[in-house]
Design a protein around this ligand. Structure first.
Ligand code: DUC
Ligand code: ZN
Ligand code: ZN
Length: 480
């Protein structure tokens, strides 16, 4: 398949320039002014528009079995919706049950993901520890292209990783050259606060943020950072939602720690007033963890993204419909946690980031694709516009507008947290490995066309750490 994108302005994380892009066999074959169209090439007119790397959402949960139900969006519907919004790759999560073989869980998720319409990879959650987990982590890194492991510090009694698991898994990640990541919330504190609030008669969704205060996030972020500091491993903190956690990241970075922060489009633009909505269904539709925060936290998150303490933007796309949310009608702690967003992330960030002057276009590309590709070691195959890279591209009309609505979105969920938001800046065309998957409202996603993206271990970052560890190696005191 050959296509030529003509007349656009290329925007990457590094530069902005006028050029055509020729895509052959799923790869970018040439970039330059006035390229000749090979015979049979599809010509795509990008005049007046930007051509950017397709978005990478490094945090989604398609068809996740969670809290007694299964997320409504599967790998096909979810990646199709992503393509409609200009996102061409996701990194989802394998989440084994405690005591379940992590290799077996990985194979199950790989099977589910075969129907993906866009490219995908997996972080693998470490929810328990024994020798088999130690071995499987090695096999996943060496043979399966997994270079990141996730740790839930919340969800006590289910998938929560305690400090022993964190210590073992972080240490093993360092040995393997893999990135540990954490969902930072103090699970014991959340559990105790849920109990207390329910005893006090607070059973509705307004109890959700009260049971998950910013301090619970700050404590867990600090604990994970301090463990990573002592072990000497880098750390990636997912969905930073509170200034309490952001401040810990800033402190660690100022002290020379290699730490990366992710922020969600939802946390940047939606505040915690949603939980006091008189309509139970609307309030419950916003139940996700960590919860939406007050405007002061949102302002801090934007500054973190602008100032370089936060590096990637994601959605934590995890869809539950109203009948699933109703499982927690009498107890907020049983409302399945999760909200959608994979389709809207790019437009929301363009509108509230580039449109407000908070981000340059190049910074937009950095935080929506290039940084995730670099951190998870798939750059420049993904996140760049360069010869030899995958032809995952979005053609972006900065003037096009729409009002986000559940009535028009492609996501398989009956609520949209961005409902009614006016966005300016939309994908007009999305190319996935050179194939036109979305064109002016026409979604042409193909079930099974997405490919698994192997992510190799990180030589450079870890070699530096190994040198540092060797340099600082303690020596025993010689005594007679
Ligand atoms: N948070 C959510 O809201 N849903 C899935 C898992 C998570 O950590
Ligand atoms: Zn999480
Ligand atoms: Zn998540």
């Amino acid at each position: 398949m050959t296509s030529l994108i003509r007349g656009g302005t290329i925007v990457t994380a590094e530069q902005t320039f006028r050029a055509d892009v020729l895509c052959v066999g799923g790869k970018i074959a040439a970039i330059g002014p006035d390229l000749e169209a090979p015979a049979g090439a599809e010509i795509i007119d990008a005049g007046g528009q930007y051509v950017m790397p397709g978005g990478i959402d490094p945090h989604t949960h398609m068809q996740l079995p969670f809290m007694g139900t299964v997320a409504s969006e599967d790998f096909y519907t979810g990646t199709a919706a992503a393509l409609a919004g200009g996102t061409t790759s996701i990194i989802d999560f394998v989440i084994p049950d405690p005591q379940q073989s992590i290799m077996e869980a990985y194979k199950t998720w790989r099977g589910w993901a075969e129907k993906s319409a866009a490219d995908y990879g997996f972080h693998v959650a470490i929810t328990w520890w024994d020798d088999s987990v130690h071995k499987d982590m090695g096999d996943l890194v060496r043979h399966e292209g997994v270079n990141s492991f996730k740790h839930f510090m919340a969800y006590k009694g289910a998938i929560m990783a305690d400090d022993e698991v964190l210590y073992n898994s972080f240490s093993r990640s360092l040995e393997l050259g893999a990135m540990p990541t954490v969902h930072a919330e103090n699970g014991e504190l959340v559990f105790q606060l849920q109990k207390k609030l329910l005893e006090e008669g607070i059973t509705g969704p307004e109890g959700h943020p009260l049971s998950r205060p910013p301090a619970a996030e700050g404590e867990a972020a600090n604990r994970a950072l301090r463990l990573a500091e002592v072990i000497g491993v880098p750390l990636y903190i997912v969905h930073v939602s509170a200034s309490d956690a952001l401040d810990e990241i800033k402190r660690a970075r100022a002290a020379g720690q290699r730490v990366y922060g992710e922020v969600l489009a939802g946390h940047l633009t939606i505040d915690d007033s949603v939980y006091r909505n008189p309509d139970w269904d609307v309030a419950a539709a916003h139940v996700m963890s960590p919860p939406f925060r007050s405007p002061e936290h949102q302002a801090a998150l934007w500054k973190g993204l602008q100032g370089g303490a936060l590096h990637t933007t994601a959605t934590d796309h995890c869809c539950f419909c109203a009948d699933q949310k109703a499982m927690g009608k009498d107890n907020f702690a049983q409302i399945p946690n999760g909200t959608a967003g994979v389709e809207d992330r790019m437009s929301v960030l363009w509108t509230h980031g580039v449109g407000t002057g908070r981000l340059t276009m190049n910074e937009f590309v950095a935080v929506t694709s290039a940084n995730a590709a670099k951190i998870f070691n798939i750059y420049p195959q993904k996140g760049s516009i360069s010869v030899g890279a995958d032809a995952d591209l979005v053609i972006w009309d900065p003037e096009a507008s729409k009002t986000i609505s559940v009535k028009t979105h492609h996501q398989n969920v009956d609520y949209n947290i961005f409902e009614g938001m006016e966005v300016t800046g939309l994908a007009t065309h999305t190319l996935s490995r050179g194939a036109l998957a979305y064109k002016d409202g026409d979604l042409r996603a193909i079930k099974g066309a997405g490919q698994y993206v192997k992510r190799p271990a990180y030589p450079a970052a870890f070699e530096a750490l190994a040198r540092k560890a060797a340099h600082n190696k303690p020596t025993p005191v010689k005594r007679d």
